[in-house]
Design a protein around this ligand. Structure first.
Ligand SMILES: [Zn+2]
Length: 218
């Protein structure tokens, strides 16, 4: 079996593993004008006078802001990761990118999730450009999310693209839907983790991940 075939099998396998979410094609999406009307509707629904001066351009601004805040729907993390392999001369220890800040939106209330992602992998002959990990986090963050799903998506996408010995992802985040409404638990953070490969199978590797995360912080 050639290396290519092995790679292809892994990719096919991964399509079954990773939850693939449908993303609407551009031509199936509403127009900009319809999106702006939807913003006007919500403003009226909460009681605003949408004719007042300060709000005249708000629907336009919100629609524009949404394109940026949810820009992850038009980006493909596998594309970003797929072109970035670099051969390394025998380095096979953990690579950890820690404290990657992100902003996302919870899929239940569409209000912000603000947090940090920590991503580690154990190379198997190849490494990623370091900025690519942060970009991957950003792509998944700029979609409607649950923290659990985002954590798993990052871990599986890097696992599938790089085929490392293992990937560990930890996300710590504050959910504004908890801080601003209902139970108002301000300042509480939610921590999620996802492990693949050696990080999943070997508790000692998880321990290394935790030690490296804490390094220099105590
Ligand atoms: Zn929420």
């Amino acid at each position: 079996m050639t290396k290519e075939e092995i790679g292809m099998d892994a990719i096919l396998e991964s399509l079954k593993k990773v939850e693939t979410r449908k993303i609407l094609a551009k031509e199936d999406r509403p127009s900009r004008a319809e999106a702006e009307d939807a913003v006007r509707t919500l403003m009226k629904w909460v009681g605003e006078d949408i004719e007042r001066e300060g709000l005249v351009d708000t629907p336009k601004r919100v629609a524009k802001a949404y394109l940026e805040l949810f820009g992850g729907y038009d980006l493909d993390a596998e594309d970003v990761l797929g072109r970035t392999f670099e051969e390394v001369g025998g380095y096979d220890d953990m690579v950890l990118v820690r404290d990657i800040p992100f902003h996302s939106h919870c899929e239940h209330h569409m209000v912000p999730i603000i947090g940090m992602a920590h991503v580690a992998y154990l190379p198997d002959g190849r490494v990623l450009g370091l900025s690519k990990i942060a970009r991957t986090v950003d792509i998944f963050a700029k979609r409607l999310q649950t923290q659990e799903n985002m954590t798993a998506q990052i871990a599986h996408t890097i696992t599938d693209a790089l085929e490392p010995r293992g990937v560990a992802v930890m996300i710590e985040a504050e959910h504004m839907c908890m801080a601003m409404r209902g139970i108002k638990k301000q300042g509480s953070t939610t921590v999620t983790t996802a492990y693949t490969g050696a990080f999943h199978d070997n508790p000692a590797e998880q321990q290394n991940f935790f030690s490296m995360l804490r390094m220099g912080k105590e």
